[in-house]
Design a protein around this ligand. Structure first.
Ligand code: GLU
Length: 545
């Protein structure tokens, strides 16, 4: 068969350039010894899974700790999975967690285009070369043909796929091929596999160690009927020309590794190192399962941003999942920047990283409690601008006022720093009563008339200038006037002798001014709110009773 003629009929010369052209266009990278070129190669689905951050961090650390390059390639060959704006989502979510690319999609770089759809010419050039060499061929099988083969293989308990006697178009004659083409039959281009499933090799996986790999014998599709390449073919060509040296990717690709090994060999490319990392799992009742996009909100990177987890806390937690010796390092060098930790691919879990949100929360609490006053303010401010409600954005109109509220509720800027704040959302909910007058009051535990009288008595006496003890004397006086115990000892000796005690009175005042039965120090709250607001809230509470 005239293979050159066939290759040209399928992929005309004018659509491609000679292969050397691409080798020259994308020269070997001039990098220091030991530097790795790694990448993240997501599909633009618009959804960023925690696993994407996990694999991105691993690749980023490896590249950057040795002067290498980390780039972003968009694998958009599957039109059905593509979502508008997805690349912005990838950049925004990873940037938030401190993962920065050196080059790639929507960035500059000399190895682009970094969108696979824009690289059709290169894929076609190499597919054409393989056809010319008799290492690839057109396949005209229809979906029904393939379905029939599948059924036959299942019934006869044979290995599934397009290989050997089932590779019907592998040996079509020249006449048959041209007749099919003349009839306008759609076709794909398949690799003519040279592999043998009875042959096994030892392969060194950077994460899993030495594994046994069986040779591929499948005539896999390399170009689909619309000329778009499959992942197998596209990634081999891209990793070669983008000069990738190390691929860390999800273990779901491990089963395709034989295909990739064969493709690199057939294309005459040097195989990069591969590390297949395990998926992130969680405990669900009695079982351990993959963190699922559908079932688990915490699987989405957006979740952490919407809740306002501090990015450094999430990054720290991810490092504990990524490297088994990270925690030990963190305990020793808690003040050092994370990037000083020497990340090692060999210390990645081999059998599944277990996600534990309680541990993430603990790390977050510690992290939040160490932020300075300015850092806390800036972090909450930035979060509110992006994810907060209109009301929450308004919390930042008066910086002094906000800082006072944060000082009281979180201990920011003071000695008694609280350690129970996980995220920005929770922090802003805690200070909300300083800003929102429309709150719903907690239930008073006393009769309306009693509460009303007490609030009225206190409002009549309240003076903003009172210091804490003068203020408390007034609360006591109001309690006494209404028959409530002011001496706790006396009260405890005979609780039935009183309707309640002074702390019950304080609770009524608290509910009236903040809506809550439990808050930090009430005198300070009233000082922050100011006289006008305090009295207005007391009056509003009185009016509703
Ligand atoms: N597009 C593939 C995915 O999203 C990339 C796998 C790889 O890193 O090679 O799973």
């Amino acid at each position: 068969m005239d293979l050159k003629k066939l290759a040209n009929a399928l992929i005309p010369d004018e659509n491609v350039k000679p292969l050397e052209y691409y080798e020259e266009l994308y020269p070997l990278r001039d990098l220091p010894k030991g530097a790795e070129v790694t990448r993240l190669a997501p599909s633009p689905t618009g959804f960023m899974h925690l696993g994407n951050l996990y694999v991105a961090l691993a690749n980023e650390r490896i590249a950057h700790q040795n002067g290498g390059v980390f780039y972003l390639r968009i694998e958009d060959t599957d039109e059905k999975r593509k979502v508008e704006g997805a690349v912005e989502v990838i950049h925004a979510s990873l940037k938030y967690f401190g993962v920065a690319f050196d080059e790639g999609a929507d960035l500059c770089g000399n190895y682009g285009p970094y969108y696979q759809r824009q690289r059709a010419e290169i894929y076609h050039a190499f597919a054409k070369d393989l056809i010319e060499k008799g290492l690839a061929y057109p396949c005209f099988c229809t979906e029904e043909d393939l379905e029939k083969t599948r059924e036959y293989q299942t019934e006869n308990k044979l290995l599934p796929g397009y290989y050997g006697e089932f590779a019907k178009c592998r040996n079509l004659s020249e006449e048959e091929i041209y007749a099919n083409l003349a009839a306008g039959k759609p076709y794909v281009i398949r690799l003519k596999s040279q592999g043998d499933v009875d042959v096994k090799h030892t392969f060194h996986d950077e994460v899993k160690g030495d594994i046994t790999v069986t040779e591929n014998n499948q005539d896999v599709v390399i170009l689909k009927s619309d000329g778009i390449p499959t992942y197998h073919f596209a990634h081999a060509i891209d990793d070669h020309f983008m000069r990738t040296t190390l691929v860390i990717r999800g273990e779901e690709w491990l089963s395709s590794l034989p295909i990739h090994i064969e493709l690199f060999k057939t294309l005459g490319f040097r195989l990069p190192k591969y590390g297949h990392n395990c998926s992130i799992q969680k405990i669900d009742g009695e079982t351990r399962r993959k963190l699922s996009k559908r079932k688990d909100p915490e699987a989405s990177l957006t979740f952490y941003r919407e809740q306002g987890y501090h990015p450094e806390a999430v990054r720290t937690y991810m490092m504990t999942l990524l490297n088994s010796n990270f925690e030990e390092w963190m305990l020793k060098f808690s003040d050092k920047p994370l990037d000083e930790f020497k990340y090692s691919i060999g210390k990645m879990g081999k059998s599944g990283a277990l996600f534990d949100i309680l541990k993430l929360n603990d790390i977050s609490k510690t992290y939040m409690s160490k932020l300075s006053e300015v850092e806390t303010y800036d972090f909450l401010y930035a979060w509110a601008q992006e994810f907060g409600s209109e009301e929450q954005k308004g919390y930042f109109a008066d910086k002094e006022y906000m800082l006072k509220a944060l000082a009281l509720c979180m201990g920011v800027g003071g000695k008694k720093r609280r350690k129970d704040f996980i995220c920005a959302k929770q922090a802003l909910q805690t200070v909300c009563y300083f800003f929102n007058d429309g709150f719903k009051n907690a239930e008073y535990r006393f009769e309306k008339q009693t509460v009303k009288r007490i609030l009225q008595d206190f409002a009549a006496e309240y003076t903003y200038a009172d210091d804490c003890s003068a203020w408390f004397e007034k609360v006591k006086a109001v309690a006494a006037k209404n028959g409530f115990a002011t001496d706790m000892k006396a009260y405890k000796a005979d609780p039935t002798a009183y309707p309640g005690n002074v702390s019950d009175v304080a609770e009524m005042l608290r509910i009236a001014t903040t809506g809550l039965a439990n808050t930090p120090d009430l005198w300070t709250i009233m000082q922050i709110l100011g006289e006008e607001k305090t009295l207005a809230r007391l009056q509003k509470a009185i009016d509703t009773l």
